[in-house]
Design a protein around this ligand. Sequence first.
Ligand SMILES: [Fe+2]
Length: 430
Amino acid sequence: MTSSSRAVLAPLYEQVRNATLALVAPLAPEDCVVQTMPDVSPTKWHLAHTSWFFERFVLESALARSYRPFDSRYEFLFNSYYNAIGPQYPRHQRGHVSRPTLREVVEYRRHVDRSMRQLLEEAPADLVESHAFAIELGLNHEEQHQELILTDIKHVLCTNPLRPAYAATPAVAGTETALEWLPFDGGLIELGKDGAGFSFDNERPRHKVHLENFEIASRLVTAGEYLAFIRDGGYRRPELWLSDGWSACQREQWFAPLYWVSTGDDFTMLTLSGARPLALFEPVCHVSYYEADAFARWAGARLLTEAEWERAAASAPVTGNFVESGFLHPMPSARVAGAAPAAAQLFGDVWEWTASPYLPYPGYQPFDGAFGEYNGKFMCNQLVLRGGSCATPGRHISASYRNFFPPDARWQFSGIRLARSPHRAPGAPA
Ligand SMILES: [Fe+2]
């Protein structure tokens, strides 16, 4: 950040914090306290934890003795995973905590917001400047939790047999869009965040990667295509699955994507707008890496690597069906067959599983201090996903952004794009 940090950060702080409250507005207090599985955090926890981040990493440092913590016990309750800060309340038991109440957590947010405004509007410029990175990180962190608020509450509401809707959003049936294969030249490419501006540490440094020629699908895999995989015995054919994936499939008794409900010969789909008939032309969603990989094998293709994805997306506009569109669900591709060779749906709709393990780039340097725990310590046993989803704030995404989840995770808006390697006869020139 520069000397204009105050001018940039003050309005951005208001925008991001208000966007969080707007997401929570449709919910009843009772919705906000439920934890339906260990990966799901109650909405109340998200509201408190994102405030704790500013309190702990900005206010307690910047305002020092003049800052009065709202409740010193919150450091244990709402620290997520920062061992450098101290012990944490167990993640899988966050739904066990009925106090503080939702009302008290909202008051906690107001307390933090008042102090942040004091800092951003009245503190000396050099004090704001020295905390600009922590504030910007806190805002990007809050945007990540905005997406988690939606994915977690979707799990909460879809677990409820009454099938409550989060919001009434329009369903768009769309029309069938032919899948085309778009070729990309291989060679030495550069990968990772370039230049100035905020990025997470896991996006840097920019570095060189060699790629072979490859082709990617012009759009995402649709629900209709995935239904064909199911009807061809996709969930009953171990030869299509990775060993770990087949074990997960058997153990969890998967038979379709998460939120697909069997109705005999057909399926309905649970969405943030309640139950809907299966929409065949919209992207399939809520599949694990294992399912994405098995589908790709069934389809005679493969998943992209993250380097291939970034090569394809680097020159594409960062536009798409993000949370601001209000659909809160992936949309059918609007790409016209035969149009200019550009891939559709690279950004928004669903996170695209890649075949790349989540690893540090060559020369990776974690953020300093406790922020070093933000990304680096999770670089094991997870796969990279790219492109953002219909629950991601559009401002948050770029071509270099790396999301990551374990291969059996299904509750995020995660989907599939296919790739393939052009066939080259043995001995043919490269
Ligand atoms: Fe967090």
